[in-house]
Design a protein. Structure first.
Length: 530
């Protein structure tokens, strides 16, 4: 094929040379801009080529681009203006712009001078060596032989096919060869036609499916990294490849469609450390993988852990509870109201500190005095304040201690509470412990706080107590002076979380000291935290 093209180029040169030999064509002198000296352009042509001062020459800008679809290399040149020769020497000339130029002149621009030449044997110049041989033949033909009709017709054919498609050129070459079977140009033209048709039959190259991929320049160590890529519409998908120094090969991660033609994937946090490298492959419509332009190194830097100070949770609440141990005579009952304010700090260590007040009122006595002798119950009461602290040994185990100081009719009284909590106070947990309250009595407590639902916290509580026991008093007329007997209380409380911070609850209870000495109870509670 290369031989055919070279022969055809020589034929064109021969045809042009013969035409100029007969008609006395205008000769061209071609040179280059070789330097720019302070505004004077230096050309590599001069008096030796027939130029003289004040001659005007053309200046052309050569252009070479690659077709983005066929990837063919295209070359041409464009006229950008004229130059006037200001000083002509034998081999070089100085020139300046003659009028406005469409582009600023630069080294490498082509200059062309046109000068008339008398009819003579042409000297054909062509870059190909075989074309020079054809030109020599053309010189001899111009001096002693008549014009070659085939060469002239072929030259006209080439001029008419300028810019034509490969299929059209192949068709005209075949027609010329069939109509001139004895021409020396017939064989090379048929060979060139076959080559043009073969190239035209080849499918166009499939464009790269990856339209845009730019790996992150920087990432933080041990943080999952998000990576995205844009593909050409219609592509099937993309694969992300990840390499780290501790792995000998790249690990592939299938990328998921995010929207349109964009795909994304996450690099796991355990792979994000210094030495991270990635690249992407796009999968075209036929399922063929096309890698992106090389792998990308990501600068992974260590990031110090940011430890936030624990948020202090303020808490406040109020509850009241009424219980009767003898609903038939109402001579054995209690009423207790308590309010508190506190602060919760953290899950472990000193978890919370709370302070509150309480009012305890009741009527009671021994079962013998109240049921057998029919005596009235004795008044028992205590007004008190307390300070409470909760210390957590772990997320689910903590110890609660409370110190109580109060006043009753006999003076100052003291008391205490102690609990072990299993579970976290902000979730479901179990309290086990007891209380000693001076002038009132004692009680053992088991309490389950069930916070499984986001809106409805529930509490179940059982007590074994002698409250309101009081202390032994000198018996007044018709009033029991003995301490109360032990009884049992069962309490259920259901709340509703109106807001994340505010909860209101109702409770119901049943308590008794014997099967015949018992009764119901009830109460309410409200809490708020912020």
């Amino acid at each position: 094929m290369r031989r055919g093209i070279t022969f055809i180029a020589a034929a064109v040169a021969l045809a042009s040379a013969l035409a100029r030999a007969e008609t006395g064509d205008v000769a061209e002198v071609t040179g280059l801009v070789v330097a720019n000296d302070g505004g004077d352009l230096i050309l590599d042509v001069g008096g030796a080529k027939g130029l003289k001062d004040s001659d005007v020459v053309e200046i052309w800008r050569p252009v070479q681009v690659r077709n983005p679809v066929t990837h063919a290399l295209l070359s041409d040149r464009f006229l950008i203006g004229h130059l006037k020769l200001t000083q002509v020497r034998s081999a070089l000339s100085l020139a300046a712009p003659d009028g406005a130029l469409t582009r600023a002149p630069k080294v490498g621009d082509v200059v062309i001078a046109h000068r008339a030449s008398a009819p003579q044997a042409p000297a054909v110049e062509h870059p190909a060596a075989t074309a020079s041989t054809a030109a020599t033949a053309a010189t001899t033909a111009g001096a002693s032989a008549p014009r070659d009709p085939d060469a002239a017709e072929l030259g006209a054919l080439f001029d008419s096919l300028h810019g034509a498609s490969p299929e059209s050129r192949a068709d005209h070459y075949e027609r010329f060869a069939r109509s001139h079977p004895r021409s020396r140009f017939a064989g090379p033209l048929l060979e060139e036609a076959r080559a043009l048709l073969a190239r035209a039959a080849q499918p166009p190259p499939v464009p790269d499916p990856v339209v845009s991929f730019q790996a992150p320049a920087r990432a933080y160590a041990n943080r999952a990294l998000h990576v995205g890529v844009e593909l050409r519409p219609g592509c099937r998908g993309a694969v992300l490849y990840v390499a780290t120094p501790d792995k000998t090969t790249f690990t592939s991660v299938a990328m998921s469609l995010e929207s349109g033609s964009y795909f994304h994937a996450w690099i796991p946090r355990e792979d994000v450390h210094p030495g991270l490298r990635v690249f992407v492959e796009g999968i075209d419509e036929k399922g063929k993988a096309h890698p992106s332009d090389g792998s990308h190194d990501i600068d992974v830097i260590e990031r110090p852990e940011i430890v936030l100070a624990p948020k202090v949770l303020a808490q406040a609440g109020l509850w009241t509870d009424f219980a009767t141990y003898n609903s038939r005579a109402l001579n054995d009952w209690t009423l207790q109201t308590e309010g508190y304010f506190g602060a919760r700090f953290r899950d472990t260590g000193l978890r919370a500190v709370r302070s509150g007040f309480g009012v305890y009122r009741g009527v009671g006595g021994s079962l013998h005095d109240l049921d057998d002798l029919g005596l009235a119950g004795r008044d028992i009461g205590l007004t008190y304040g307390y300070l409470e602290a909760e210390v957590a040994f772990s997320h689910i185990v903590s110890l609660i201690g409370r110190a109580v100081v109060g006043l009753d009719e006999d003076g100052i009284e003291g008391g205490a509470q102690a609990f072990v909590r299993f579970g976290n106070d902000l979730g479901t947990n179990l309290l086990l412990g007891g209380e000693v309250l001076g002038g009132v009595g004692v009680r053992g407590i088991a309490q389950l706080e069930w916070n499984a639902g986001p809106r409805v916290p529930i509490m179940f509580r059982s007590e074994v107590t002698n409250q309101p026991a009081g202390s032994a008093h000198e018996e007044a007329s018709g009033v029991s002076g003995s301490q109360g007997d032990v009884g049992v209380r069962l309490i259920a409380q259901v709340g509703y979380r109106f807001t994340p911070a505010f909860v209101f609850a109702l409770r119901a209870s049943y308590q008794g000291r014997t099967i015949y000495h018992a009764g119901p109870g009830g109460g309410a509670a409200a809490s708020y935290q912020w």
